[in-house]
Ligand binder design. Sequence first.
Ligand SMILES: *Cc1c(COP(=O)(O)O)cnc(C)c1O
Ligand SMILES: [Zn+2]
Length: 447
Amino acid sequence: MAISGVTKKCINPSCGLSYEINNDIYRCSCGSLLDVMYKKPKPRTLVDVFYERRNHGRNIYNESGVWRFRDLINFLEIDTENFDECAKVLVSLDGSEGRLSRPYKMSKVADYVNMDHDGFLLQPEGYNPSGSFKDNGMSTALTHAKMLNVKRLVCASTGNTSASASMYAANENMECDVYIPKGEIAPGKLGQAFQFGAQVIQVDGNFDDALSISLKKAKENGGYTVNSVNPFRIEGQKTIVYRVMEHLNWEPPDWIVYPAGALGNTSSCGKALMELYEWGWITKIPRIVAVNSVGANTFYELVNGLFESCELKWNNGKPDLEMIERYYAFKDKQGIRPKTRATAIQIGKPANIVKALRALDFTNGIVVEVDDKDMSDGMSLVGLNGFDCEMASGAVPAAIRKLRSEEIIYIDDVVVGILTGRQKDPRLSVEYHTNGENAFARPPRDA
Ligand SMILES: *Cc1c(COP(=O)(O)O)cnc(C)c1O
Ligand SMILES: [Zn+2]
């Protein structure tokens, strides 16, 4: 396929090398990650097209909450209105990704975080086919993989990446090798990898170890990496922001809040907003809140100057990469490993840290931390509101509550929090509610 206008471009502005997209290079020769770059600005009249497509008339690419916005992530430069062309190249689980996820009102959680009911919205990305936001980016990554005729996907995972990758791989008839930290992933997530026929490879170590092994193996054995270092993952995850914006009539909220693990979400949110701003679709820029867990708080510590008393910044594309390396070396030397019960964000070396710095810089974003207890309470409150999320996603209400109490978020701000995944470790819910000391527990009683 002749690819003309779309390239992969180094995110380091003083390098700026471009690559064709008909290969699986995800890192520039200078070491930086790459962005997918489109040639022309997109006209805002597309918002009406997106709205029309919601009445999808059996067109799965209109039904999909990812591909409905295909004009904005059209890296294969197809005719977006030609169904046959879509059917030939776009990977979709029959239109199901991103279909149910949009901002929802949750009045009990709003009360808990002390916000106005109308200005507080949570978007449950757990209502994706594999149960997490990962499906947004996996459908686009597999679309790129399919273009390259890939036979084998490779990923490291805290559980949801492998669930999503193996689901799509099964449906597209590809092999999928998943590297997981042994004993550290929720049973529901591990079960999915097996259920969808992936090859599970257990790593004695944590996620960071699993990622470095999987990247090495992919290189040696010719597998296609679908972790969020893959720039096509980031493209699909931008649709999380598009669904937020569409729900709000393309009026930006004041804040968008994400749990922070490998920082793919933070990065994709930043890129989505940068592009919308560049195209003139928005003039106001929402502020990103990235929420670390206390036990896995690399981004929090570095950005807030808790290491070497120096705040890590994007710095016009010249962040202090050596400081990041010194931080990792320091942690390794101290034997400090990321530790939190929110295993989805139990990550010490966030692979997208530089893109995430750019996102904070562009959005005047902030990084906060919450502890395991805060996250359990947050997760449980969402449940008591009739919605479902996992512990890492509980970081979102927990952080909003904290930022409200510090008057960083105001009561009449519009806040959208992203609940990244559904509960896949039911033991946590049982344990929470069995212990009457937990703030919102409803312990069982005997007959
Ligand atoms: C993957 C994952 C995260 C972390 O997202 P990043 O984009 O890596 O920061 C958070 N929550 C859940 C449920 C996840 O599956
Ligand atoms: Zn470069």
